[in-house]
Design a protein around this ligand. Structure first.
Ligand code: DUC
Ligand code: ZN
Ligand code: ZN
Length: 460
């Protein structure tokens, strides 16, 4: 199919101009000015006058259909990729979590099976290594070079389940470095948190507020600093997921004094929501996530971190749980499954709260929503930009349309919204995925299963 998008304001990480985009099949074939439709004879034409045209969003941090803390995250690959598309995210990179005793190949196959035939949007996986041993070490080369999984996640917290120790971390780093891969980390100090959780439980302090109090800022700044030092020592490319606070950003700022391949991600919830939500008694469980929401001063530090280039990526850590699952922790915060929904709202929140409030410009908006993730995770230039030869993954965005985020209108399979009642200006109008009009007029136009697994290259 050929498709011509006319008169849009095209925004990439570096450019901002008016033009026409010609798509043939799955690929952008030409960009120009005032293309003559008669000569091109496209099968479809979209007039994007007055609209912004962005590269499709890439969310490199999601948890779909994940078994966790006695429940399953409530979006699977069908509903999760659908909600993502409605919000302008055309590609996501989900976390395949190794179970104890399992090989990395088995982990990858298990998660591929969950996704296969179900997805609307394109997808890949990072593998989270939770049980490291010689057999796992020996799999790393093939997983990177043959399977196209070039990033691995490690946990410095969730003691007793997901957490690994520093010695294991260093060995993983050194092995992954040999093959050009990247190590991502959930950087909070598992022992400190475990100590504080036990203290509050023994004092019968069991409301969601104590989830927050058991993960103070220093648990994150300490672990982030330690991880950054370990990564520097090994020389591996390193990525800290969901950074939330000033103390951790300051560790990143210090590391810029030395030449290190270090990338940082934060999430909309840490930029926009704060810990006062834990004062709402059990309703605070809606925002029980790890790390927890922080303070206003941390939001300011994160926005500054984006402006200063210390934070390169905004993902969502989308990990929704139904309220009935959250209620398992009604009398004990340690039983509240950690996570919240957000995959659909990333672009509109960052546009409304970021661009329109002059915290970021349009180029930075594209950088943090799409281009940098594509570069860091080995998808660029197939994904993450608008250029001839790139996949035709495009968002046509109405900068003036106002709407209110609500459980009544979101596409997440979750019975509450983390942003209920939040008013935003700017809305994804049309979404194109590999040349197909996927979302138009609020309707999905592609079949389930259209989304494809992406083998990734090594990080740039
Ligand atoms: N944090 C969450 O809140 N949920 C999933 C995993 C994580 O690290
Ligand atoms: Zn995490
Ligand atoms: Zn996560």
């Amino acid at each position: 199919m050929s498709l011509l998008i006319k008169n849009g304001r095209i925004i990439t990480a570096t450019d901002d101009y008016f033009g026409d985009i010609l798509i043939d099949g799955e690929t952008i074939v030409a960009i120009g000015n005032a293309f003559d439709e008669g000569d091109l004879d496209p099968e479809q034409v979209i007039d994007a006058t007055g609209k912004l045209v962005f590269p499709g969003g890439i969310d490199p941090h999601t948890h779909l259909a994940m078994p966790f803390m006695g429940a399953f995250s409530s979006d699977d690959y069908e509903s999760g990729t659908l909600a993502a598309l409605y919000g302008g995210t055309t590609t996501l990179i989900d976390y395949a979590i190794q179970s104890k005793g399992e090989s990395l190949y088995s982990t990858l196959n298990t998660w591929k099976q969950k996704a296969e035939g179900k997805t609307y949007g394109d997808y890949s996986f990072h593998i989270a290594i939770t049980d490291y041993n010689d057999d796992v070490r020996n799999e790393l080369k093939d997983i990177i070079e043959k399977e196209g999984i070039s990033s691995f996640k490690t946990f410095m917290a969730y003691k007793g389940s997901l957490m690994i120790d520093d010695r294991q971390m260093l060995d993983i780093m050194n092995e992954v470095k040999k093959f050009g891969g990247l190590i991502a980390v959930h950087a909070t100090n598992g022992d400190m948190i475990d100590y504080l959780v036990n203290k509050y439980v023994s004092e019968k302090k069991l409301s969601p507020l104590y989830h927050y109090l058991s993960q103070p800022e220093i648990t994150e700044s300490e672990a982030a600093g330690r991880f950054i030092d370990l990564a520097f020592q090994s020389g591996v490319k390193a990525y800290v997921v969901h950074m939330t606070c000033e103390g951790a950003i300051n560790k990143v700022r210090q590391a810029t004094l030395r030449n290190q391949n270090l990338f940082i991600e934060s999430c909309p919830q840490y930029l926009l929501l704060d810990a006062s939500l834990y004062d709402k008694d059990f309703e605070g469980a809606k925002w029980v996530m790890s790390p927890p929401l922080r303070e206003k001063k941390d939001q300011q530090a994160l926005w500054s971190g984006i402006q200063q280039g210390l934070i390169q990526v905004i993902g969502t850590d989308h990990c929704p749980f139904m309220w009935k699952d959250k209620k398992k922790g009604e009398h004990d915060f340690t039983k509240i499954p950690n996570g919240a929904p957000g995959i659909e709202h990333r672009l509109e929140l960052l546009y409304s709260e970021g661009v329109l409030k002059n915290r970021i410009d349009l180029n930075k908006f594209v950088e943090i929503n799409s281009t940098n993730a594509a570069k860091i995770f080995g998808l660029f230039p197939q994904k993450g930009t608008i250029a001839p030869g790139s996949d035709a993954d495009l968002v046509i965005f109405d900068p003036n349309k106002e709407h209110t985020i609500s459980v009544d209108t979101h596409h997440h399979n979750c019975d509450y919204s983390a942003y209920e009642g939040w008013k935003v200006k700017g809305k994804t109008e049309t979404v194109i995925l590999r040349g197909q009009i996927a979302i138009k007029n609020g309707e999905i136009n592609i079949e389930k299963g259209y989304g494809k697994f992406l083998k990734r290259k090594k990080p740039l």
